[in-house]
Design a protein around this ligand. Structure first.
Ligand code: ADP
Ligand code: MG
Length: 365
């Protein structure tokens, strides 16, 4: 019974859009429940299984269709929990925590840590530093890691920015042994859920599952299409009213990742200014450029996650230019700004429906 409650709570979280995006339809009535206290298993009919759990600081829920057992989904849940332990800067024994403590760390070439260091470097380079996972000390100073928020003194921020800059790391060709420059600290928070989604996709494909949808704390991963061959309908949160949706996009076989100013933020009582958890690495200040959310739709979920954060930093015009000049990366964008516009790149035309009359739709070429 407890498990069933837990599952229903998870479903509400996803469908009500407490996260960046949700998906619409298909859970049905919760049926048999089982498994441990941390992973809830629900069968909504004989062949539709949902596994829900808490990892990477968020609720995650995965539904697979036309399956005979929950084994593959449970395996993925366990794998994501392992990934969390391996990639978390707050787990003292993780490679990243030891790097942050200044240690020389031996890294295994095929580890998730090395994979993410390389992806972080790739997106850092692509976005000219807008995604910089060495921004972590600044994120901590603002209080976003603990919830003890504060507006730092400008001098303190400027001094701390001296430690920031992913280009100061020498990853080398094999990166077998690494030590960070003095006082530098890393956090994979902007990429880890995207990476988890990619690993999950691979694992479910290997298990022969070809119709599934995963909600990994607002990152939606779609595997194949729905059983009837139609597209998945993924809802994008309305940043101005986060219990509602601004739009629905129909997709198959891609990740849909949203970063927004509404997700984790605080208001400074003295000034009334609201600060969000995405930091511009060039200034050390939270972004405030008129963009309320960026949704990236791409088969590569790690890239989608990195870009959603980076394009929030870049702002609307630079983000759209980035899309125009990086067509080779094969992604689409939905931007929502504070002028009441939902901007979509051309590839989304026809697969996207506005859900709120408060917005004007603009198609970008
Ligand atoms: P969420 O984790 O809420 O889904 P994001 O993927 O946008 O959102 O990641 C934001 C997190 O990444 C922040 O909470 C912070 O820890 C970290 N971060 C903030 N700004 C940057 C940045 N410019 N580059 C890299 N990481 C960042
Ligand atoms: Mg991100």
């Amino acid at each position: 019974m407890l498990n069933r409650k837990f599952v229903l709570m998870l479903i509400m979280t996803v469908v009500l859009g407490a996260t960046g995006c949700g998906w619409i339809g298909g859970f049905g009535t919760a049926g048999e429940t089982g498994a441990s206290t941390t992973t809830a298993i629900t069968w909504s009919d004989a062949t539709t299984c949902t596994v829900s759990f808490y990892a990477m600081d968020t609720y995650m829920s995965m539904t697979a269709y036309e399956v005979a057992s929950s084994e593959a989904l449970e395996g993925v849940a366990a794998m994501i929990m392992d990934l969390e332990a391996e990639l978390s800067a707050t787990n003292e024994s993780s490679a990243v925590a030891r790097l942050n403590a200044g240690e020389v760390v031996q890294l295994e070439a095929d580890s998730a840590t090395v994979a993410l260091l390389n992806r972080a470097r790739e997106v850092y380079t692509l976005t000219e530093g807008s995604l910089d996972i060495s921004i972590y000390p600044v994120v901590k100073l603002w209080g976003f890691t603990t919830g003890e928020y504060q507006v730092p003194a400008e001098a303190e921020l400027i001094a701390l920015l001296e430690t920031v800059g992913f280009d100061k790391i020498d990853l080398g060709a094999s990166a077998s042994s690494l030590q960070l420059p003095s006082d530098m600290q890393l956090d994979f928070g902007a990429l880890a859920k995207g990476y988890a989604g990619d690993v999950a996709r691979e694992s479910l494909a290997e298990a022969g599952i070809d119709s599934a949808i995963l909600s990994l704390g607002g990152n939606i991963v779609t595997i194949g299409s729905k059983v009837d061959g139609s597209s998945w309908r993924v809802a994008i949160t309305d940043p101005a009213s986060t219990d509602d949706y601004a739009a629905v996009v129909e997709v198959a076989d891609v990740s849909v990742v949203t970063s927004g100013v509404y997700e984790r933020n605080f208001t400074d009582e003295a000034t009334g200014v609201t600060y969000c958890h995405i930091i511009d690495p060039s200034t050390g200040y939270p972004v405030d450029n008129g963009l309320l959310s960026v949704t990236v739709i791409c088969a590569d979920g790690t890239l989608a996650d990195g870009l959603s954060t980076a394009l929030m930093v870049m702002g609307q015009e630079a983000a759209l230019d980035f899309w125009r000049t990086h067509q080779d990366l094969d992604f689409q964008l939905m931007l929502i700004n504070d002028s009441g516009q939902v901007l979509i790149t051309q590839g989304l035309e026809g697969s996207m429906t506005l859900m709120s009359q408060d917005y004007e739709l603009v198609v970008i070429e």
